[in-house]
Design a protein around this ligand. Structure first.
Ligand code: GLP
Length: 246
């Protein structure tokens, strides 16, 4: 079942998303959170940091699993998702380093995929946060990825490299061409899914997700079969769903 919450802007998307996470960690302080990178969840992470620093909420028992990582970037590289997550969230809350899981895109990649699948099979994610690519990708599962896929290595599409170049000084040649990502089957295994999208650039992907058919050409459309999905979008991302009243 997919529930859609439409709010005015990025700030409100972030606030609503935080409320969803807060409800879960209040009931279950040892909750397992599936986390995402990209711009979409950064506002949510800021609310979590505020919750820890100002309201005193402890995240010490929380466990996290990130969706993906670039191939070939060491953890210490400022562009790695490892760095991104520490900079935008983990360094500012009391989470234990051993409770943080991010796939590694270094060394023997097949073993890294197996290792991550093994870790994921030992637990169930309580809530998986997702952004969405402008081409409908989730994690780094590009169009055409099997809905049965588990953690695997992907060749990034040109449009994804282009979209993510803004994190690499707008230099396409600096964006890694490959990534390691949880597969669609891993994502579908989460108890609850929380997908965040803002901006005009996401309107077509959101329309395909909500109004299109379930097809591997639109990876996010796999979610149509998930029992508990909440999609929080702003006006711009929903602009192809509604006709505005004047
Ligand atoms: C990247 C990430 C995805 C993310 C997507 C959208 O490709 N691997 O997990 O959802 O970008 O990013 P943004 O939220 O910055 O638009």
């Amino acid at each position: 079942m997919m529930r859609v919450i439409r709010v005015a802007n990025y700030q409100e998307v972030s606030k609503k998303a935080f409320e969803e996470i807060k409800t879960i960690i209040t009931v279950k302080p040892g909750a397992v959170l599936g986390l995402a990178t990209g711009s979409s969840p950064v506002g949510l992470y800021q609310y979590m940091i505020k919750d820890h620093q100002e309201a005193g909420t402890s995240y010490a028992d929380i466990k996290t699993f990130n969706l993906d990582e670039y191939v070939g970037l060491p953890k210490s590289d400022p562009h790695s998702y490892y760095s991104f997550m520490h900079h935008n969230l983990f360094d500012h809350i009391d989470i234990k380093e051993e409770n943080i899981h991010i796939p590694s895109g270094e060394g023997d990649l097949l073993s890294q995929c197996e290792l991550y699948n093994e870790l994921l099979s030992e637990t169930q994610i309580d809530i998986q946060v997702l952004g969405i690519g402008s081409n409908g990708h989730i994690g780094f599962n590009e169009p055409g990825t099997s809905f049965d896929s588990e953690t695997h290595i992907v060749e990034l599409k040109q449009s994804t490299i282009q979209d993510n170049a803004r994190f690499f000084d707008n230099d396409i040649s600096k964006v890694p061409a490959r990534a390691i990502t949880m597969g669609i089957a891993n994502v579908m295994n989460a108890k609850k899914i929380l997908l965040l999208a803002t901006g005009e650039n996401k309107a077509s992907a959101i329309a395909s997700l909500l109004m299109g058919i379930r097809t591997e050409n639109v990876p996010a459309s796999a979610l149509q079969d998930h029992p508990d999905v909440t999609i929080i979008i702003d006006k711009a991302a929903s602009s192809l769903l509604y006709k505005e009243k004047r």
